[in-house]
Design a protein around this ligand. Structure first.
Ligand SMILES: Nc1nc2c(ncn2[C@@H]2O[C@H](COP(=O)(O)OP(=O)(O)OP(=O)(O)O)[C@@H](O)[C@H]2O)c(=O)[nH]1
Ligand SMILES: [Mg+2]
Length: 335
């Protein structure tokens, strides 16, 4: 199952500056030769990977990118200054297509490549260039060439930084709806979520992470029971797992649900248990305090990071997101 983030952008390279038609003017030299300089080249629009980015969200705010024009040439053989390039940063894995979505123009993965999205126009030649044995005083100079311009489609396959896992009805979709703009279906019956939903969580200072809300899992999932294998296949691609447990069920059911999920993951592919993780005891707004405290104590003894939250009211959610972000960043370093 692939989730695609898309953006359409317009790129316009700088036009070349015009060449200059000019003649030398010096005292005692009544008819000086041509000395018009060339125009400068227009700047390019360049796409470059920044490994710190993970979504195309930025392009919903800014769509048009223009590089600087080349300056016109001047007399005394002065060449015009070239326009500066502009660099657009994109996340690794960004695929660039033509605006009709037919051709793949580039697949940007490594941060050292500069991909020229629009080439700046050449500067025009000044009249000093047109001197020949038969033409001693050319008046003509070239205009600059226009810079390339086009619409491009950017596509990025989103990979969840954080996967939300838990039994059906534990509140995974409610949590995703709370922390992102995603609008997953929420209902008080199991298996509301049939395919994973993705949401982008925006923290302060332009920090973002992608959270995947995954269908609920039940005992036997590793054999394909319930939404089974789809669920398990999806969590392989996330960096961090957040167990979302319904604490309102009481202490024993919470611990039981945690162990059920761990057991299913183990039977499917044991190395997945080594992924970084955190545990959210959800629905604390309707949970008996003694139950959540006890469950917290037991899980904390096993060395887990536990958070008590209410996906419904938002209580405890923002500090959980901050900590998850830190865990995601720590995991980035290993890639
Ligand atoms: N009181 C309370 N209810 C919650 C909370 N979080 C979720 N719920 C309710 O629990 C029910 C299930 O929520 P969902 O978000 O659909 O659960 P899910 O884990 O996505 O369920 P599946 O998609 O079936 O796996 C809904 O009725 C929610 O309103 C919470 O923090 N407090
Ligand atoms: Mg759901």
């Amino acid at each position: 199952m692939d989730f695609v983030d898309q953006a359409k952008i317009y790129v316009k390279a700088g036009d070349g500056g015009a060449g200059c038609a000019s003649f030398r003017r010096e005292r005692f030299v009544p008819r000086g030769g041509p000395d018009g300089g060339d125009g400068g080249c227009g700047g390019d629009v360049i796409l470059r990977v920044n490994t710190g980015l993970n979504t195309l969200l930025f392009f919903s705010r800014k769509r048009h990118f223009k590089a600087e024009k080349g300056r016109a040439g001047k007399g005394k053989n002065q060449h015009g200054k070239s326009g500066s390039d502009i660099v657009i940063e994109v996340p690794p894995g960004t695929v660039v297509k033509d605006s009709e979505n037919v051709f793949v123009l580039a697949d940007l993965t490594d941060p050292v490549t500069n991909w020229v999205a629009a080439k700046g126009g050449l500067g025009g030649k000044g009249n000093a260039r047109f001197v020949s044995s038969t033409r001693q005083a050319p008046h003509n100079a070239q205009p600059g060439m226009p810079g390339d311009e086009r619409w491009l489609l950017l596509e990025l396959k989103l990979i969840g930084d954080v996967g939300l896992i838990g039994l059906p009805n534990s509140g995974k979709s409610t949590l995703l709806a709370k922390i992102s703009a995603a609008k997953p279906k929420i209902a008080d019956y199991p298996f509301t979520t049939l395919v994973p939903n993705l949401g982008v969580v925006e923290l302060s200072d332009d920090r973002t992470m992608v959270v995947a809300d995954i269908p609920g899992l039940i005992e036997g999932a590793h054999k394909g029971v319930g939404m089974g294998l789809d669920f398990l296949r999806h969590i392989e691609r996330t960096k961090v797992l957040l167990y979302v447990l319904d604490a309102s069920q009481g202490k024993e059911p919470v611990l039981h649900s945690y162990r059920t999920i761990r057991d299913e993951i183990k039977k499917y592919h044991a190395p997945l248990l080594e992924k970084s993780q955190a545990i959210a005891l959800n629905k604390i707004d309707i949970t008996h305090e003694g139950d959540s405290e006890k469950a917290k104590e037991i899980l904390a003894e096993e060395g887990h990071n536990i958070y008590t939250v209410s996906a419904l009211t938002g209580s405890g959610v923002s500090s959980l997101m901050e900590d998850l972000y830190q865990i995601v960043k720590t995991n980035d370093n290993y890639h």
